[in-house]
Design a protein around this ligand. Structure first.
Ligand code: S3P
Length: 453
């Protein structure tokens, strides 16, 4: 899944006078839950059905990897996906490399799956994924008995050999990462005994929720005393329990919704409704932050769907003011800092986002990419240590933003262009298809002026 210069496509986004009134927007399925739907489908007996799956390139790569490990996966004519799994302990050895393209989540979660089985698989990906650190996931998996060979230290491609008897072990969170946690918990599914993961800073909990739904032996207990101050948990999985296929309804992705929320917040007269948005507490730190900035976001019809909280969001144009975003909130909005920074550029005063070191190891170094893109478009910004400070005001625009194979950098700067004095251009919009293939259609319905150049 290479991505050469010839595959790149530039886009530019120009200012619009007013936003839509009464537009109903539907956003594709949540990326995190979509990856996990494929993986849990593979690991259970029977046929799992998935409605509302995100049909982005990242998920298609994970689905292909699941097929190579033994699952039968089809997309029915009605858009529902069927995953017929093999069950925990029964994976096949793949005959060719598992190529995850741009997908960090797919690759890292699948490392946990493979580590807990006596099979060997080669993991690979595009230039972005090949540059991302894998040690954080592989170190605990090696402690459980897996082994790994790299061509270049800690970077893909690598050959991972799992083990027949993954060791029951206890781990404590080193990085606030749901991918690391999930890899360990997935390896635990085939462990003869208990695996414990202590997580003082809570991260997205979709793996735990799905384990419960598919019938795994899992307990999640709130941590007590000083360790529990940030609302974290002790998670225990007892392995070797068969999982049973389920019917899954994937809610709309709050991270993709954030781009459209931002568009409505910055374009005068906008008044839109986004339906069925996942409102899991571990995912909506950016909504809390926008509300603190004075955003007019109304959370309507809160309800449960497939064990997850969802709601409809009414978003209206708002005059935002800068705020300070505490470091403790980072895990619950880790993918939303780039789009928050775009709205901060239109706010009055400065927005201070604290301790963003993890942004440096996403699909790109997002801290630098956001900073450079803002500067290129005449926005005053500073990086101090790992903090990002954005000074709000009018946005000049006129810059070409380097997106570094990063879908979220591409989308957020197209949003920045919606009110800039001169159009904002991005060097490549093709990666948007990894997480939000309908982005340009949705923006079109919004009334945006985005065109290929
Ligand atoms: C994800 C976890 C986060 C997030 C990513 C999706 C997941 O990564 O950035 O987009 O689905 O588990 P980290 O676990 O590395 O923070």
């Amino acid at each position: 899944m290479g991505h050469s210069k010839e595959d790149m496509q530039q886009f530019e986004s120009s200012s619009i006078v007013s936003g839509p009134k009464g537009l109903n927007v539907s956003i594709p399925g949540d990326k995190s839950i979509s990856h996990r739907s494929m993986i849990f489908g593979l690991l259970s007996r029977g046929t799992t059905t998935v409605k509302g799956l995100l049909e982005g390139d990242d998920i298609l790569a994970t689905a292909e990897a699941c097929r190579k490990l033994g699952a039968k996966i089809i997309r029915r004519d009605d858009g529902v996906w069927e995953v017929t799994g093999v069950g925990v302990g029964c994976l096949s050895t793949p005959h060719s490399a598992l190529d995850f393209g741009n997908a960090g989540t797919g690759s890292r979660l699948m490392m946990g799956v493979v580590a807990g089985h006596p099979i060997t698989a080669t993991f690979d990906g595009d230039a972005s994924l090949r540059s991302r650190p894998m040690k954080r996931v592989l170190d605990p998996l090696m402690e459980m008995g897996a082994s790994v060979e790299f061509e270049i230290d800690d970077r893909l491609p690598c050959k991972l050999s799992g083990t027949l008897n993954p060791m029951p072990k206890s781990f404590k969170q080193k990085k606030a990462s749901a991918q690391v946690k999930s890899a360990i918990l997935l390896a635990a599914l085939n462990t003869p005994g208990e695996v414990t993961y202590i997580e003082p800073i809570p991260t997205r909990d979709h793996t735990e929720n799905m384990m419960r739904g598919f019938g795994a032996n899992i307990t999640v207990t709130p941590l007590e005393g000083e360790e529990g101050q940030q609302g974290g948990n002790k998670i225990v999985v007892t392995g070797e329990k068969q999982l049973t296929a389920q019917d899954i309804q994937v809610p709309s992705d709050p991270s993709s919704s954030a781009f459209i929320i931002a568009a409505a917040l910055i374009v005068p007269d906008s008044d839109i409704i986004i339906e069925n948005v996942l409102m899991n507490e571990t995912r909506i730190g950016v909504i809390t932050t926008w509300l603190e900035m004075g955003a007019n976001i109304e959370i309507m019809n809160e309800r449960l769907s497939g064990g997850e909280k969802i709601a409809d969001l009414r978003v209206q144009y708002s005059e935002l003011k800068g705020v300070s975003v505490p470091a403790e909130r980072a895990a619950s909005m880790i993918d939303e800092y780039p789009i928050l920074a775009m709205t901060a550029a239109y706010a009055t005063g400065k927005t201070h986002m604290q301790e963003l070191d993890e942004l440096r190891v996403k699909e790109s170094d997002r801290l630098s990419a956001v900073y450079n893109g803002l500067i290129a478009n005449g926005v005053k910004a500073e990086i101090i240590g790992d903090d990002l400070i954005v000074h709000g005001g009018a946005v000049q625009g006129g810059g070409i933003v380097e997106t570094h194979l990063d879908h979220r950098i591409a989308m957020c700067f197209l949003i920045l262009g919606l009110q800039a004095q001169t159009a904002v251009a991005i060097d490549d919009g093709t990666m948007i298809a990894t997480s939000f293939p309908e982005f340009l259609d949705v923006m079109n319905a919004f009334g945006a002026k985005i065109k290929g150049i």
